[in-house]
Design a protein around this ligand. Structure first.
Ligand SMILES: [Zn+2]
Ligand SMILES: [Zn+2]
Ligand SMILES: [Zn+2]
Ligand SMILES: [Zn+2]
Ligand SMILES: [Zn+2]
Length: 424
C-alpha cells in the first residue's frame, strides 16, 4: 500500500446522532462504514451521503480518488483528513437535549435544564424542572415568586394572586401576611392607612430605633441629607427637632445614618436612596440655623462630633461602636472641609476688612464698631455680616445707594445675618 492509492476524504458527522469519543469508537464506526460503502462509486469533489436508519446521516466529502480506484471494494484504503462533528455538549437539557446550564434544585433531581425549560421564580435564581416547580403556599398551584418577608425569609413560594408589591419599590413584593407585618397600619392616632415607613429616631440609652409605622401622609421628613434626597423619617413624637439640644441633634444624625448604612448592608429593609453619608459640616451648620436659630462655626460643630465619638467609644454595645466608627471615617473629610472653610473665611475676612476701611473713611465709625463678619461664599460672592437692625440703614444708604456702591467696589453682595453668632 502506497500513499498514491489512498482515497482522501473528509467525514461530515454534523447530522449524525451517535457521539464518538474514543479511538476505539472511531475504528468500530469506520469498520461498519467501509462495509456500507462497498460498491459505491466515488466522485472527486462530491459529497456522498449515507443514511443510518436510527442515527442520522453521514457525509463523505471526496477530496481525491486515485485513478482506477473510484468504486469502493474491500481493498480500498482511505485517508480521513478531518472530521466535522457537533460540538460536544457536556450539559444537555433533560427535556430538549440542548445546552442545559441550569440544574433542577428539586429534591434528588439532578436534571439539567436549558434556559427555555428551566423554571425560575421571581426573587431567586434557583431553577426547577416542570416536575419540581415549587407550589404556592396559598393555593397549591405552581408558584411564581419567593416572598422575602419576615415570615417567609425568601424560602416560601407563592403564586401571583398572593403577590403584594412594596409600596415604594416595584422590584420587591411580599405574601399578604408578610406585607401586613412589614407594613402595619400607620401608628398615628386614628389613621388606618398602610404604614410604608418607620420612624428612624434612635433612643440614646437603648440604641433602638422608634420604628413606629407611618403612612405617607403622617411621616415627617427631616432633610439631613440635602434637599434632593429623602430625609430621615420621623413620627409625631420625635419630629420636633427644635426642642432638641445640639448634642441630641448630632447624636440623631449619626445614629440614623449608621442604622441606614447597616440596613443597607443586611438588605433587611429596601433602601430608597442610592447614597447616604453623614451630612457635611456646612450642612449641619445650616440645619442648626434652621432648627435652632443658632449660627455655629464649623470648627465648633467638628469639636462636638469629636466629643460625641469619645463618648460613644466609652459606651458598650455594638451600635455605639458602629456610630463611633462612622464618625472616625468622616474625620478626614471634615478636616478637608475645615481647611477649605479656613481659606474661604480668610478671603472673606480680607474683603470684610476692606469694607470696614471704606466705612471708616466715610466717617461711619459707629457702624464699623457694630459690624461683625459671619461668612463668605467665594463661588456666589456673598459676604454675610452681622449688624444690629438700628445701624443697617446707615450702611444701606438712601434707596440702597451706599451699599450698592460698596458692593460694586468690593465685587461682592452683602447680606445681613438674622441671628447673632454663638461663641466662635
Ligand atoms: Zn430544554
Ligand atoms: Zn426536577
Ligand atoms: Zn411571606
Ligand atoms: Zn397615617
Ligand atoms: Zn418615633
Amino acid at each position: 500500500m502506497t500513499p498514491s492509492i489512498l482515497i482522501e476524504v473528509e467525514l461530515n458527522l454534523l447530522d449524525y446522532q451517535e457521539s464518538l469519543k474514543t479511538v476505539t469508537d472511531y475504528l468500530r464506526f469506520w469498520e461498519k462504514l467501509s462495509v456500507a460503502l462497498q460498491g459505491v462509486k466515488l466522485v472527486e469533489g462530491k459529497t456522498h451521503f449515507l443514511e443510518s436508519p436510527d442515527k442520522g446521516r453521514i457525509g463523505l466529502q471526496i477530496i481525491s480518488v486515485p485513478h482506477g480506484f473510484s468504486v469502493v471494494n474491500k481493498d480500498s484504503r482511505f485517508a480521513v483528513y478531518s472530521v466535522l462533528e457537533k460540538p460536544a455538549l457536556r450539559y444537555k437539557c433533560g427535556i430538549c437535549q440542548m445546552y442545559g446550564p441550569f440544574r433542577c434544585a428539586g429534591m434528588n433531581c439532578e436534571k439539567r435544564l436549558c434556559d427555555k425549560h428551566a423554571i425560575i421564580l421571581d426573587g431567586n435564581m434557583r431553577a426547577y424542572c416542570p416536575d419540581h416547580v415549587p407550589k404556592c403556599k396559598g393555593s397549591g398551584a405552581n408558584a411564581t415568586f419567593w416572598c422575602d418577608g419576615i415570615n417567609c425569609h425568601g424560602r416560601v413560594a407563592w403564586s401571583d394572586t398572593y403577590r403584594i408589591y412594596h409600596p415604594n419599590d416595584p422590584d420587591h413584593w411580599y405574601c399578604p401576611d408578610c406585607f401586613a407585618l412589614e407594613f402595619p397600619a400607620c401608628n398615628e392616632y386614628g389613621c388606618q392607612d398602610t404604614g410604608t415607613t418607620r420612624c428612624e429616631y434612635v433612643d440614646e440609652i437603648t440604641g433602638k430605633s422608634c420604628e413606629r409605622s407611618l403612612c405617607n401622609r403622617h411621616v415627617r421628613r427631616w432633610q439631613i441629607y440635602g434637599p434632593h434626597k429623602l430625609g430621615a423619617a420621623l413620627c409625631s413624637r420625635h419630629a420636633n427637632i427644635k426642642q432638641y439640644r445640639v448634642q441630641e441633634i448630632l447624636y440623631q444624625m449619626v445614629a440614623i445614618t449608621t442604622r441606614q448604612l447597616q440596613e443597607r448592608q443586611t438588605r433587611r429593609r429596601r433602601v430608597q436612596q442610592d447614597f447616604i453619608a453623614l451630612p457635611s459640616l456646612m450642612s449641619i451648620r445650616h440645619i442648626f440655623i434652621n432648627t435652632q436659630n443658632q449660627v455655629m462655626n464649623p470648627v465648633e460643630i467638628d469639636r462636638h462630633l469629636d466629643d460625641l465619638e469619645q463618648k460613644l467609644r466609652a459606651m458598650r454595645g455594638q451600635f455605639a461602636q458602629s456610630m463611633a466608627r462612622l464618625l472616625d471615617q468622616s474625620k478626614s473629610k471634615r478636616n478637608r472641609e475645615l481647611e477649605s472653610f479656613d481659606a474661604d473665611q480668610s478671603q472673606g475676612l480680607n474683603i470684610f476688612n476692606r469694607l470696614k476701611e471704606k466705612l471708616r473713611l466715610q466717617g461711619e465709625d459707629v457702624v464699623v464698631a457694630n459690624l461683625n463678619f459671619s461668612d463668605y461664599r467665594p463661588r456666589t460672592k456673598l459676604l454675610f455680616v452681622y449688624l444690629a437692625q438700628q445701624y443697617r440703614g446707615r450702611l444701606i444708604g438712601k434707596q440702597g445707594a451706599t451699599i450698592k456702591r460698596l458692593e460694586q467696589e468690593l465685587d461682592v453682595r452683602i447680606q445681613f445675618e438674622d441671628k447673632e453668632p454663638t461663641v466662635q
